[in-house]
Design a protein around this ligand. Structure first.
Ligand code: PLP
Length: 353
């Protein structure tokens, strides 16, 4: 892999400094280009510096672009491990299909990521709960305003040392059910990790924040009846001892943390269901006391307990606003595997060496 070095390195965040999420970026990035007729080419590592680009670059206008999110962790022996990167590469190529972006070679992306991580090892934070967030992205780079699939693309991977996703760490979050706006509909792009999905979601997020909530809880767009997901997380509920998560019906992002949680729960013998779950069922279960836990799952926040859900001006407290047992078990198991403190029976840790 070609590496173009920079003369002056950036200043790293200080030891013990609150990193937040996605505020700092490392010195280098991996890039490769696509040109129609030529395919993907010019894979290399180069300085992560501001890029000059034409304002008619198509991604700026029509959002033909996709991204991923994963994390790298320092292991107890000082080595680096990435959590399930092959799942992310496969999903990224599925997102590419949906957005008419040419598939990229996953082994080249993985090789680029590993070379980049080795170069940037000193940027991986080691304080509890911190990690190096990995953001692979593909954007349409053709300079043209016609609405067509671009014939040129840029693939890049940038890295950011991160702390906890929510300002208050593992404190349970407060959700407000959004029953007007929707982020995704059947046949739309909600299943793909594409740029526009988040643009569509910002309005509801702002409204939630204005009202003092952390995130909006999305319902299905057709009936505004069934729970879909939250911000950048998939949702789980524990109702009458059964762990329930919305089935992947086509408008929900298929999370890798979600998939990992389902596997852990099934292996540990919990009753698990992937099915449609109405917001009325959640509200009823909260009223009757059958709802014992609720949590969100995603790479950024890992597992995030939900302490309160507001629906049609009624507040439903979950587990007295505290983190539940199953939520805690999943958090401990997944982070234990990620940080190398637990065995890795499924081969989820990809060693970088
Ligand atoms: C990325 C993402 C998730 C979580 O997926 P993970 O693979 O677990 O990180 C959930 N919902 C949306 C909308 C997302 O973009």
């Amino acid at each position: 892999m070609e590496i173009i070095k920079r003369d002056v390195l950036k200043e790293k965040p200080k030891e013990g400094e609150a990193l937040g999420f996605g505020r700092y970026f490392t010195d280098y990035m991996f890039t490769m280009k696509y040109t129609k007729g030529k395919g993907w080419h010019d894979a290399k590592i180069e300085p992560n510096v501001p890029q000059p680009f034409d304002l008619a670059t198509s991604v700026l206008h029509y959002a033909q672009g996709i991204f991923e999110g994963m994390k790298a962790f320092i292991q107890p022996d000082g080595s680096i491990a990435v959590f399930r990167p092959y799942e992310n590469w496969a999903r990224m190529n599925r997102s590419a299909d949906r957005m008419c972006i040419p598939r990229f070679p996953e082994e080249v992306a993985e090789e680029g990521l590993e070379a980049l991580l080795k170069l940037e090892k000193d940027w991986i934070p080691t304080a509890p709960g911190t990690a190096l967030y990995i953001r692979p992205t593909i954007v349409a780079t053709k300079v043209a305003l016609g609405v067509h699939a671009s014939t040129e693309y840029l693939f890049f991977i940038i890295l950011s040392p991160v702390g906890s996703y929510y300002a208050h760490g593992l404190e349970p979050v407060k959700l407000i059910v959004e029953d007007f706006y929707s982020r995704s509909s059947l046949g739309g792009t909600g299943e793909a990790k594409c740029l526009g999905n988040y643009a569509a979601s910002i309005k509801a997020g702002e409204i939630a924040e204005e009202k003092g909530f952390d995130q909006a809880l999305w319902l299905d767009s057709a009936e505004k009846k069934y729970v879909e997901e939250v911000g950048s997380m998939n949702m789980f509920f524990v109702i009458g001892g059964e762990v329930v998560t919305p089935a992947l019906t086509g408008s929900i992002l298929p999370g890798i943390t979600r998939k990992s949680c389902l596997q852990i729960l099934r292996e540990k013998g919990y009753a698990v269901a992937e099915r449609r779950i109405s917001i009325d069922e959640v509200a009823e279960a909260a009223k009757s006391g059958a709802l014992s836990e609720a949590f969100g799952t995603g790479t950024a926040a890992v597992i995030s307990p939900v302490g309160l859900i507001r629906y049609k001006d009624v507040d439903y407290t979950v587990n007295g606003g505290k983190m539940g047992e199953i939520t805690r078990m999943l958090y401990d198991t997944i982070t234990g595997i990620q940080y190398g403190k637990l065995p890795d029976p499924h081969g989820w840790r990809k060693a970088v060496n």
